[in-house]
Design a protein around this ligand. Structure first.
Ligand code: CTP
Ligand code: CA
Length: 239
């Protein structure tokens, strides 16, 4: 086929990309968050737009400097709508709304697994000499698994990302394999993360798995190179 990332091979396709990291309020001034910069998702959106797709980027707490390649859209270029969100509930609503018209949904966002069960209206104060009240957490819905289970549009392709560290139980790829089988997505993009890798960095190394956990592609390089490899894998899966 055509060389990676060449041409307008996504022309006429509607794609949704979620990116960044969701934040769950603890009180009016504090939140539980994560270290995702949104760079990989922004690169996915930019690459899809360059290949001719209509793109909706659901952007969870992405710094404006990271969004710069997309906003403002230069004349005649990236056909990208950015929908800013904060919490996981907001991200879920925005993704579901956009997914109704999408050929492909890519969940690149780092979604908070848990949120505080209740959020007080007033700031939590410290009391001299007293331990703080524990914060009770409840689980957030799994947006990716839900999208994979109930396709919003016939033939819609659903893609997940998995940032793994590996641990005593299994390595990065084995964790990825198990996750691919569990989530029901068509593709899962697995990358190793740690202090020096993945989060906030400008380059990346990923393995793309299918829903059975089989390797369909590997890519290494800038986040743009990885993004184009993901769209290549999407087109390969669909054609
Ligand atoms: N994801 C999601 N909704 C959640 C959690 C995760 O849609 N509540 C999506 C992420 O956007 C990503 C994929 O699921 O595309 C994998 O996220 P990850 O955090 O690696 O998976 P989890 O199932 O939460 O497993 P873990 O215990 O490793 O965090
Ligand atoms: Ca998680």
């Amino acid at each position: 086929g055509a060389p990676a990332g060449a041409g307008r091979d996504l022309a006429g396709r509607n794609v949704v990309v979620s990116a960044g990291g969701t934040r769950e309020p603890i009180d009016p001034v504090r939140f539980i968050g994560n270290r995702s910069s949104g760079r990989q998702g922004v690169a996915l959106a930019a690459a899809a737009a360059a290949r001719g797709a209509h793109v909706t980027l659901v952007a969870a707490n992405i710094d404006p400097s990271v969004l710069e390649p997309l906003t403002p859209a230069p004349p005649g270029a990236p056909d990208v709508t950015v929908v800013p969100v904060g919490t996981t509930a907001q991200l879920a609503d925005a993704v579901h709304a956009a997914a109704a018209a999408a050929d492909v949904v890519v969940m690149a966002a780092a979604v908070a697994d848990f949120r505080p069960e209740t959020v007080p209206e007033a700031k939590i104060k410290k009391v001299a000499g007293r331990h703080p009240e524990p914060i009770r957490l409840v689980e957030n819905p799994d947006i990716l698994a839900g999208l994979a289970r109930e396709r919003r549009r016939p033939g819609q392709l659903v893609v997940g990302f998995a940032a793994e560290t590996g641990d005593a139980q299994a390595g990065v790829l084995e964790h990825g394999r198990r996750k691919a089988r569990r989530k029901g997505a068509d593709l899962l993009v697995v990358n190793a993360v740690g202090e020096q890798q993945g989060f906030g960095t400008t380059s990346n190394e990923v393995t793309v798995l299918d829903g059975a956990g089989e390797v369909v592609a590997r890519a290494e390089g800038s986040k743009r190179v990885v993004a184009d490899a993901v769209w290549d894998a999407v087109l390969k899966t669909r054609s």
